[in-house]
Write a protein that binds this ligand. Structure first.
Ligand SMILES: Nc1ncnc2c1ncn2[C@@H]1O[C@H](COP(=O)(O)OP(=O)(O)OP(=O)(O)O)[C@@H](O)[C@H]1O
Length: 358
């Protein structure tokens, strides 16, 4: 569906993208993941025929974006990082307008708009002014305008950015629901936002693909040890001893408990392989009450920073395990902010000099 070979994009002397090559099969949902300035928006704009490449080839369904931009545009639904919405229009009127703009006849638009309202969960707010909608609903309208002409490919620039946790879950469901009919390429700078949504992740760093695969594949490639956090109720020393005795476990640390309660502790366990089942078995056998088991939350961050971060070591080493803090309030606060979207992180984009068509 998408084939990019040796793509370069320069803004003046500055190389924003390249050499960049990747392909995406029809029906896939793929995440382009990179820190600010990595080249995500530039790549997506080139795909959406909003920006010309400096060199290289970009094909959508076999059509070249430079040679056949009109045909490519009709195949693509594009959500830019700032959705092109008109606040003074109602949702339905705006989608009708967007449909007509993309070449649908009035009759086709009349038929298509209710389908799109339904598919994006906007039917209830169709008569509201766009300006009165929450950020999450505005993002949905942005996606609705992108699919209104029935494109095969959706190119979505940070569709999850700035959404609250409930809206993130709803957006994931919306995107996965669209997957059947569309191939989707979306961008993000937060791994946790897209790891559950995408079939595959392409990590982009300085305009090049640094790695690709599922989140699990990226983890196993880059992290020597796996991390699991287990919350238990019982004797702390006994729990540590039981977990430490499991084959493959290399370290057991007591960290901030994920919940309050008498005798509740959380252990952060590093192991050579996936030790979740063996650790749970050992703890239960030792008479420890098992309350929660999950993969360490820093694992996601660590993988991403290994690949894309400014302090990439490139040797597969990872950050030190999270230690127990003095109080539990601090822990809760830290967890609440971990993995949250950074709505302000795109400020720089607004200040960019416009390099369209260069
Ligand atoms: N119009 C422009 N003129 C000059 N430089 C630009 C322009 N647009 C982007 N750049 C530069 O190209 C590089 C890649 O930018 P791009 O917006 O593609 O990255 P990004 O991964 O989308 O980042 P963000 O998440 O901050 O939007 C950055 O160094 C950026 O400063």
């Amino acid at each position: 569906m998408i084939e990019i070979v040796d793509l370069y994009k320069y803004y003046g002397e500055r190389r924003a993208v390249g050499p960049l090559s990747f392909s995406i099969e029809a029906g896939e949902i793929v995440g382009l993941l990179g820190l600010n300035g990595a080249g995500k928006t530039t790549t997506l704009r080139i795909l959406a025929c909003d920006l010309l490449p400096s060199s290289g080839s970009v094909r959508v369904n076999g059509l070249d974006v430079v040679e056949s931009p009109h045909e490519v545009r009709s195949l693509i639904g594009y959500l830019p990082d700032t959705p092109p919405l008109y606040g003074e229009m109602t949702v339905r009127a705006y989608l009708h307008f967007a449909a007509r703009l993309r070449g649908l006849s009035k009759a086709s638009a009349d038929k298509r708009v209710p389908e799109v309202l339904e598919a994006t969960g906007l039917a209830e707010v169709q008569d509201q002014l766009i300006a009165s909608l929450s950020h999450g609903y505005k993002q949905r309208v942005g996606i609705a305008q992108a699919i209104v002409h029935g494109p095969k490919l959706l190119v979505l620039d940070e569709p999850i950015s700035g959404l609250d946790p409930v809206q993130i879950v709803e957006m994931r469901e919306l995107l996965r629901g669209l997957k059947g009919e569309h191939t989707i390429l979306l961008s993000s700078h937060i791994l946790g936002e897209i790891s559950e949504t995408c079939d595959r992740i392409l990590v982009i760093r300085e305009g090049q693909i640094a790695a690709s695969g599922t989140e699990a594949e990226l983890s196993s490639k880059l992290l020597k040890n796996q991390r699991v956090e287990v919350t238990v109720r019982g004797d702390e020393e006994k729990a540590k001893e039981a977990a430490s005795a499991v084959s493959g476990v290399v370290s057991v640390e007591v960290i901030d408990a994920t919940e309050e309660g008498a005798g509740v502790v959380t252990l952060q366990i590093e192991s050579g392989g996936d030790a979740r089942e063996a650790v749970c078995h050992a703890l239960v056998t030792a008479g420890i009450g098992l309350l929660e088991v999950r993969r360490g939350e820093r694992e996601l961050e660590t993988v991403f920073l290994e690949l894309a971060g400014p302090e990439t070591k490139g040797d597969g080493t990872e950050a030190a395990p999270r230690k127990r803090r003095a109080g539990k309030k601090g822990a809760k606060k830290a967890r609440a902010s971990a993995g949250e979207g950074d709505a302000g992180a795109k400020d720089a984009a607004a200040e960019k000099e416009d390099g369209s068509g260069t």
